[in-house]
Design a protein around this ligand. Structure first.
Ligand SMILES: Cc1ncc(COP(=O)(O)O)c(C=O)c1O
Ligand SMILES: [Zn+2]
Length: 406
């Protein structure tokens, strides 16, 4: 059995496996640390802070890795695949961190959980709380897409809208959780167990790519725990195998909410929060107001991986979203499409070579945010002639539109 505990990423102090939200010594971010012996020829199995029978699961993970059919060819990439996290049970990658976080909450004896969420964590926590027989309190920004709000409500959770940006939900959840004894499952770096769920993406990529490590992984980031989790997964695998092959991590943000990308481009070591985020990609619209240190942690990992962070415009995000749907058959929400927009910018700016093996993580389903889709009402037609005329018009238009940037 591996030795396991919590460790502070700032002061390196160690703590037992209990529900903490920050280092009791210095207030730093805590992560789960495993003392791992080398493999000695054993097969790798995931390092997790709980036993399989303690896991509250809805079948999360094991999502498809789909090679690009057309986008890769159009932009001249040799190896591009999409890790389809929107195929998780509630439609986003958040099912991974929430499954582990809520299992630990149950193990520690909590009856109630709370989360501050931009909408996807809301759906996950509501579903997994229903599964676990726990009560869930969900705080979302007022601007959260109606699909995400209704999804969370329908699982039976108490959903509350909070005025202002996501950071207001974050601070209210923190205070409410403390005062009313609820386990806080907010998937920033607050709850150290949730990142353990994020890291299972790396384990799956290792199997799906038959041991090959991608040169670069594109991930849409808010505070960045998904990026940190995937990086941690590769690190732990290397530790077990006594190897040292790490991917470069590309953390993609929206221009209207770019605290990490800005610090990276300005070559600063500290991330500064953004007080008034403005982007239609709500999942990555986290200005980190009050917890900029989370962004600094992600920035440090990005630099350590020799990767980079950049921001894309809402227009580029919507363009990437429609390319994914129309050229690959993959329908994702804007925050997820930001990762592909980031890859396209990286190719244009020469941040990656066209021969490199790239993975784009598609984090959330398109059905979760339908109001951003600019689609016309379909025509009402009842004769074959009208169908033929309609199709003819559509065909002409399709060929005009179908050019991706070289
Ligand atoms: C669809 C989507 N993509 C990406 C992210 C950002 O992930 P993280 O909070 O791990 O940085 C979120 C966060 O809510 C999200 O909902
Ligand atoms: Zn500390």
């Amino acid at each position: 059995m591996n030795e396991i505990g919590l460790k502070c990423v700032s002061c390196q102090s160690e703590w037992p496996i209990e529900q903490h939200y920050e280092c009791p010594a210095c207030g730093g971010i805590l992560e789960v640390s495993y003392k791992v012996e080398g493999s000695g020829g054993k097969e790798f199995s995931p390092f997790l802070p709980l036993d399989k029978q303690e896991l509250i699961s809805l079948g999360e993970g094991m999502t498809s890795l789909i090679p690009s059919q057309r986008i890769a060819k159009e932009i001249g990439l040799e190896h591009l695949s999409f890790k389809c996290e929107f195929m998780n049970p509630t439609g986003s990658f958040k099912d991974r961190p929430v499954s582990i976080g809520i299992s630990m909450a149950k193990k520690f004896g909590y009856k109630r959980v709370i989360v501050a969420s931009s909408g996807n964590g809301a759906g996950s926590v509501s579903a997994y709380a229903a599964r676990a027989g726990m009560e869930a309190v969900i705080l979302v920004p007022e601007s959260t897409p109606i699909e995400k709000v209704r999804q969370a409500q329908f699982y039976g959770a108490s959903v509350i809208k909070v005025p202002g940006p996501y950071s207001h939900c974050f601070s209210l959840a923190k205070e409410t959780g403390e005062k009313l004894q609820m386990c806080n499952l907010t998937t920033t770096f607050l709850n150290p167990y949730t990142v353990e769920g994020d890291k299972t993406v790396a384990y799956e990529l290792i199997n799906q790519l038959e041991g090959k490590v991608p040169d670069i992984i594109f991930i849409p980031i808010g505070a960045g725990p998904l990026l940190a989790g995937i990086y941690k997964g590769y690190e732990e695998y290397n530790q077990f195998q006594s190897t040292n092959r790490m991917p470069r991590m590309a953390g993609i943000q929206a221009e209207g909410c770019n605290p990490i990308a800005r610090a990276f481009l300005e070559e600063r070591n500290e991330v500064q929060s953004v007080a008034h985020p403005h982007t239609l990609a709500g999942g990555i619209g986290d200005g980190l107001d009050g917890y900029a240190k989370d962004g600094t942690h992600t920035l440090t990992l990005i630099r350590q991986s020799k990767g980079f962070s950049l921001a894309v415009t809402d227009e580029e995000i919507l363009q990437a979203q429609s390319w994914l749907a129309q050229y690959e058959g993959l329908f994702v929400e804007p925050s997820a499409a930001a990762a592909l927009a980031g890859l396209i910018t990286s190719v244009k700016e020469g941040r990656m070579k066209k021969t490199e093996r790239a993975v784009v993580v598609l984090t959330g389903h398109g059905l979760k945010d339908m109001s951003c889709l600019k689609a016309k009402e379909p025509p009402v037609i009842s004769t074959v002639d009208e169908v033929a005329t309609f199709l003819k018009k559509k065909e002409d238009k399709k060929w005009q539109d179908s050019v991706l940037p070289k």
